[in-house]
Design a binder for this molecule. Structure first.
Ligand SMILES: Cc1cc2nc3c(=O)[nH]c(=O)nc-3n(C[C@H](O)[C@H](O)[C@H](O)COP(=O)(O)O)c2cc1C
Length: 213
């Protein structure tokens, strides 16, 4: 187990994984748990993790992901799905179940949260509801990558794909993927590095931080 900062230094966008090394069930559950425990706007857990270990499906997806080696060489290829706006409509069973859970069955509180949420979606939110949902999924994925690094497991986030072609290939190969209910946020490969890590390049702290006192 690495400390938090050791894990931050260890994590890099791994370009090639060692195909002979597979992540154990126990270690992958740890990574998924980090995703599951992540924060989300209004506690709505916008994510669904499609964990692909099937080689034929990874091979089918690689050409629509800029033919990146990571897709086929990784141990676990995770497509991060985001709940579509239908989940967050006022009368949706999901929304009401979530609000009731949070309010512990207190009807007045549920009514109040409904009103605040309605106002948020209609008046305050700038991105589309679909994009807002995807934003939450990115938070979960960051935690998953750091959790993996804590265990000495590498990862690579993958946004390099053609959305429509990815969605079509996923629909053809993964029959449980329901594109009416989920959109693709992006994907992350997990596995073990085949090569040395590249140098971490970052802006200096004073270029990205401004203290306002
Ligand atoms: C949302 C997102 C999408 C990315 N997509 C890709 C990708 O498709 N292929 C790739 O090799 N790296 C991808 N990266 C990795 C970045 O290029 C990398 O994190 C950045 O250059 C910093 O390098 P480091 O993570 O190795 O420190 C992506 C990163 C993020 C956060």
């Amino acid at each position: 187990m690495k400390t938090f900062m050791e894990a931050m230094d260890f994590r890099h966008a791994c370009k090639l994984f060692d195909e002979s090394k597979k992540i154990s069930k126990e270690d992958f559950e740890f990574i998924l748990e980090a995703g599951r425990k992540s924060p989300s706007s209004f506690g709505l857990e916008h994510w669904h993790f499609l964990v692909i270990t099937n080689d034929a499906i990874k091979a089918a997806l690689r050409p629509v992901c800029w033919d990146q080696w990571q897709i086929t060489s990784c141990s676990h290829f995770v497509v991060l799905l985001a709940k579509k706006p239908c989940w967050f409509e006022k009368e949706s069973e999901y929304l009401q179940k979530s609000f009731n859970r949070k309010a512990g069955g207190d009807h007045k509180r549920v009514e109040m949260v409904n009103a605040v949420f309605d106002n948020f979606l209609k008046k305050d939110l700038k991105p589309s509801v679909e994009d807002w949902s995807k934003m939450q999924v990115y938070i979960a994925s960051a935690n998953m990558m750091t959790a993996a690094a804590v265990l000495g497991i590498d990862s690579c986030p993958i946004e390099g794909f053609n959305y429509d072609a990815f969605e079509e290939t996923l629909s053809k190969n993964v029959l449980i993927f329901d594109k009416e209910k989920y959109s693709i946020a992006y994907a992350v490969c997990f596995g073990y590095r085949a090569k040395e890590q590249t140098k971490q390049l970052r802006l200096a702290m004073d270029e990205i931080v401004t203290f306002v006192e």
